[in-house]
Ligand binder design. Structure first.
Ligand code: HEM
Length: 523
């Protein structure tokens, strides 16, 4: 793992010692700060490394969930010098991250953030004025009562996605990505990508691929433990980390600037530009003077590119999870189709006004969010000051993780939690229960996902429209035998099943031509 470290072992030992002393100094300081209350229970740490070697790096949520069984719902671990509090119940997450949000709304230091050009992603930004401004921009365009302006565009983009899937079913996953990127590009920049090979969609993909290695915990640990790696001169052999980081920075700049330039040009040349985050806020910016105007412009660029990134991965991953669940459970999509046909008939496609009358579709959406949460540990928070909770000491600067995976796997609340069972969200009368996973899969408190309303609308429209128009069956091998999908999960920015073989085809009364007619009628 450390093959790219320079061969000067003497220098290396000195530097490791410096890092080790630094860890000891910080641990001594934080233990002095500790008063009478004990830390929450947790696994026994080993000197310096803490519990880092006991964590499943690929799927840390599984380690934390296993620890919950031993140490309880509020536990403490140490990863190198990083103190971590894991909250494995919704009520503790609400109590701390929401009710005490003035303490729990910071983000932990991410060693790879600046190095890999993530500085613009405000999801990782500390709790400061720049974050507040980005958040306000988001809220003004994406709050629950304004996102309805995007509904017609979202329904149109879903239909285009379904037409493409009918045309070329083997590439379904790539059409899901185009759909998610198209909604974000349209809502944020007023840009309508072309299907297949759109250059703007590529700017997002390029950044994700370049930046992905840096999002792995191993890389963050590497840089945290050996910050001098970044200062290795370029001429030394084995400086691939630096090259990787430079590519990521270049792609990041491209992702921030290219769509933004497009949006500005579009506004200059159109009397009536499409409503979007950029058009909305470029108008608002005019009322301010410098230096606030420059701060606002910077925040607008950062909020816009963060929206593009945050929405693309999460939406695609959720639709992938839904598809897997449907292919594995034909009974469920057949029941959903029966509900749609009973409520709407077979001549009409679902729209948002129909949503309250389709509880089974809603239950499928909830179960999709619960069954395989795409952000299994949310995004970690950090404490701004120390705190005491349930008699335990919570240190200042601790990383605080809401373990969404553990919440979704609580057998008392969700019997047979590994199974996909939408009925768990329905009463005996067929109405929805009060349990809504949206209350935990979108995070908590002041950092709760600000794109949740538009994200929810994208996912609902995709699920409802796909169920109304498509059948989901097992693919066949060369001998005509069913291929049972055994999906592997990719744990990148958002967790999702990798593409798996399946057969997605139009329902008997649906054809590509009939959907194209609907699209033509709706512009
Ligand atoms: C559709 C599925 C989505 C899921 C499951 C999801 C989930 C989450 C979660 C768990 C967080 C962390 C919340 C916390 O720290 O407590 C988050 C943050 C965030 N999400 Fe989403 N999200 C989704 C869609 C979107 C969309 C569509 C957008 C943009 C339009 C978006 C933009 C953001 C941003 C900007 C943040 C960072 C907020 C901050 O740090 O203050 N998300 N999301």
């Amino acid at each position: 793992m450390f093959y790219s470290i320079p061969s000067d072992t003497g220098l290396l030992l000195v530097l490791i010692s410096v890092v080790a002393l630094d860890i000891i100094r910080r641990l001594v300081r934080s233990s002095r700060e500790r008063r009478s209350s004990p830390l929450p229970p947790g696994p026994t740490p080993i000197p310096l490394l803490g519990n880092v070697l006991s964590v499943n790096i690929e799927e840390p949520w599984k380690t934390y969930t296993a620890w919950k069984a031993v140490y309880g719902q509020v536990l403490y671990a140490r990863l190198l010098d990083q103190e971590v509090i894991v909250l494995s119940s919704q009520s503790d997450a609400v109590e701390l991250l929401e009710k005490r949000s003035r303490i729990y709304s910071d983000r932990p230091f991410l060693a790879t953030r600046e190095l890999y050009g993530f500085g613009f992603i405000f999801s990782f930004q500390g709790y400061d004025n720049h974050w507040r401004l980005c958040r306000r921009i988001f809220h003004q365009t994406f709050r629950a009562d304004t996102v309805m302006a995007f509904w017609p565009m979202q329904l149109r983009r879903v239909l285009k996605m379904i037409v493409n899937v009918i045309d070329d079913p083997d590439r379904y996953a790539s059409y899901y990505s185009t759909f998610s990127a198209a909604v974000a590009l349209s809502a944020v920049y007023g840009y309508e990508p072309v299907p297949g090979n759109d250059s703007m969609v590529h700017t997002v993909d390029d950044f994700i691929h370049a930046a992905l290695p840096a999002t792995t915990p191993e890389k963050a640990v590497l840089y945290r433990m050996f910050p001098f790696l970044w200062r290795i001169p370029d001429w030394l052999p084995g400086t691939s980390l630096k090259r990787e980081a430079k590519t990521s920075c270049d792609c990041g700049v491209n992702m921030v600037e290219t769509p933004f330039r497009y949006a500005q040009k579009h506004m200059e040349t159109n009397q009536d530009p499409t409503f979007s985050v950029v058009s909305d806020h470029t108008a608002r910016i005019q009322q301010y003077d410098e230096p606030y105007r420059s701060d606002y412009m910077k925040a607008l660029k950062h909020a816009s590119s963060t929206a593009l990134l945050a929405s693309t991965q999460t939406t695609t991953s959720t639709i992938m999870v839904f598809t897997l669940a449907m292919v594995q459970n034909p009974r469920i999509w057949k029941r959903a189709q029966a509900e749609i046909d009973a409520v709407l008939g077979t001549d009409k496609l679902p729209s948002f006004e129909d949503r309250p009358f389709l509880p089974y579709i809603e239950a499928i959406l909830r179960e999709t969010q619960r069954w395989q949460p795409v952000l299994a540990l949310g995004i970690p928070h950090a404490t701004i000051s120390s705190d005491t909770y349930k008699g335990f000491y919570i240190p200042r600067g601790a990383t605080v993780i809401a373990n969404v995976w553990a919440i979704s796997r609580d057998e008392a609340r969700y019997p047979n939690a590994e199974k996909f069972i939408p009925e768990r969200f329905l009463t005996a009368e067929g109405t929805l229960t009060d349990d809504n996973p949206a209350k935990y899969v979108f995070g908590f408190g002041r950092r709760i996902c600000p794109g949740r309303d538009i994200g929810d609308a994208s996912v609902w429209s995709a699920i409802a429209m796909m169920l109304a128009t498509l059948d989901f069956t097992l693919a066949k091998d060369g001998e005509g035998k069913d291929i049972i999908p055994e999906p592997k999960y990719a744990n990148g920015i958002a967790r999702h099943p990798e593409t798996f073989p399946c057969c997605i085809s139009p329902r008997p009364h649906i054809s590509k031509a009939s959907l194209e007619r609907v699209l033509a009628r709706n512009g």
